[in-house]
Design a protein around this ligand. Structure first.
Ligand code: AMP
Length: 176
């Protein structure tokens, strides 16, 4: 795990003042240049979730990258959580705040079923607003937020505190 953390850290580009001043953007795209590292990340995430979750929800767009592969590895369905206006109706929507700006996310109605245990996955946990909005959608569908999984957590923004009301099971591979 220590080696994995180090290898992920070495594949994350820090870009200062992007997309706006004062933000240090964590770009995970170099990770995808290294298939072996991707494989280790998926296997590690799968180890956290195997037997515990019925569905992986991935948040647009970088939450799709590992999310869909993780769902395949676990042999469970993958549900797309998309920004407003991308999915055709009928959808269920939820507004939320970002580290920069505000937004709305949507899922297709009926893709999450009552009683299912859900893993919510994204690349970066910042304030937790996006993942919390996703958790609200999951609960609105009558399902249970079983686990959150993130590649990166920005601990100085205390997103984990925002998410603890949904589940204590919050997996983060690398914290900054
Ligand atoms: P939040 O709702 O504040 O937790 O923000 C999480 C979402 O915004 C995720 O989908 C991230 O991809 C993106 N995000 C927020 N802050 C950053 C950052 N510093 N670097 C890269 N992505 C970020």
């Amino acid at each position: 795990m220590k080696d994995l953390r180090k290898d992920i850290d070495q594949h994350v580009d820090r870009v200062q003042d992007f997309p706006q001043e004062g933000i240090q953007y964590k770009d995970i795209s170099p990770i995808f240049l290294n298939p072996d590292l991707c494989d280790r990340i998926i296997k590690t995430f799968a180890g956290f979730s195997r037997g515990k979750v019925d569905v992986v929800c991935g948040i647009e767009s970088r939450g799709f990258l590992f999310g869909v592969q993780l769902a395949r590895e676990l042999g469970v369905p993958f549900v797309l959580v998309r920004k407003a206006g991308k999915l055709p109706p009928p959808v269920i929507a939820q507004e939320y705040d970002l580290e920069y700006g505000t937004a709305k996310i949507e899922i297709r109605e009926g893709h999450i079923k009552p009683g299912q245990r859900i893993l919510i996955h994204d690349d970066v946990l910042a304030t937790g607003g996006t993942a919390a909005a996703c958790a609200k959608l999951v609960e609105h569908c009558g399902a249970k937020v079983e686990q959150f999984g993130f590649l990166i957590g920005l601990s100085f923004l205390h997103g984990v505190e925002e998410l603890k009301k949904y589940t204590q099971d919050i997996q983060i591979l690398v914290e900054y």
